[in-house]
Design a protein around this ligand. Structure first.
Ligand code: 6GU
Length: 300
């Protein structure tokens, strides 16, 4: 997998040479290059941002600098988009009012499909975008080329993702959570770690991925884990885990995962597919106050 990152702080990504991702680079599983956006500027100040059109606080990253950079990294020739630029281009109040809905659809285009392996995926971290999930990480782990564009300041010109989408690039915008960061760098390192650890050969133990939280169709929070000693400072490991009865251990862990998810993330219980629950799952969920006769569990 080839990974390009564009940022005004490329040094930030030296952290990626450490630990498992560093090893994966040595093994040739991934090739990460961090570029400095300012290398594509032509003015003496190497400026990458400008004041927001329409007024307001902060600065917005300029489309021209980004496009020179992205065209080069994506091997695209500059063109002019003629297709549906009308939604953005005129001054009438009605068209302006219609515009947010349109951009929302464009952002929601994230949700669509598995990336074609031969097509680069261009990813912009954006606190006002859909949340990045384990499913996105899994999808993106199948791509051959990821290109991350880190915005700073108040963000980047909204025409940048639109333009590249119009060029046929698989463009995605993601937020990593409901809080505000100063820029996309931290978000990119979070997404990259989630994506690259799924690459075949990245982790020693592939089974440990399968059993993780948020993985698979019926995602639950993971059960608690213990190691030896069986009694530590007066706190005992649950007896059943010492029993050697694998079926009982599995059931205990599954019930604990259901109970923990019920307590901390009931939204994940509501998303379960009831047809994939076994009899014991249903019994446990019913005891926790869920109705399990429909397509998805419902709180009683
Ligand atoms: Cl992707 N970017 C920034 N700047 N802040 C965020 C974020 C992204 N996700 C959550 N907060």
């Amino acid at each position: 997998m080839k990974i390009d990152i564009v940022s005004v702080f490329p040094e930030y990504f030296e952290v990626l040479n450490l630990s498992l991702l560093g090893k994966a680079q040595e093994k040739g599983l991934v090739e990460v290059t961090a570029h400095n956006l300012r290398d594509w500027t032509h003015d003496v100040h190497h400026s990458v941002d400008d004041t927001p059109v329409g007024g307001g606080a902060g600065m917005v990253m300029k489309p021209e600098v980004w496009s020179e950079c992205l065209d080069e990294l994506l091997h695209l020739e500059p063109t002019t988009v003629t297709c549906d630029s009308t939604a953005d281009a005129d001054d009438t109040a009605s068209a302006d009012a219609a515009e947010p809905a349109e951009s929302a659809t464009e952002i929601a285009a994230n949700a669509d499909t598995v990336p074609a392996t031969d097509r680069p995926v261009l990813i912009f971290p954006n606190p006002s975008a859909p949340l990045f999930t384990q499913q996105d990480a899994t999808e993106l782990s199948h791509a051959d080329h990821l290109l991350f564009g880190c915005g700073r300041y108040e963000g980047y010109d909204a025409r940048i993702p639109r333009y590249y989408r119009a060029q046929g690039v698989d463009v995605r915008e993601y937020s990593i959570g409901d809080y505000v960061l100063n820029g996309g760098e931290v978000a990119v390192s979070v997404m990259l770690e989630a994506i690259t650890r799924l690459l075949p050969g990245f982790m020693g133990n592939a089974a440990s991925i399968v059993e993780e939280s948020y993985t698979g169709e019926n995602a639950l929070l993971e059960h608690r884990q213990y190691t030896k000693p069986a009694d530590w400072r007066g706190i005992k490991v649950p007896d059943v885990l010492l029993s050697g009865d694998h079926a009982k251990v599995d059931r205990f862990r599954r019930d604990e995962a259901l109970a923990k998810t019920n307590e901390l993330r009931p939204d994940l219980i509501e998303a379960l597919d009831c047809s994939k629950l076994d009899k014991a799952d249903r019994k446990t969920l019913m005891a926790l106050g869920w109705e399990v006769s429909g397509a998805h569990p419902r709180q009683r």
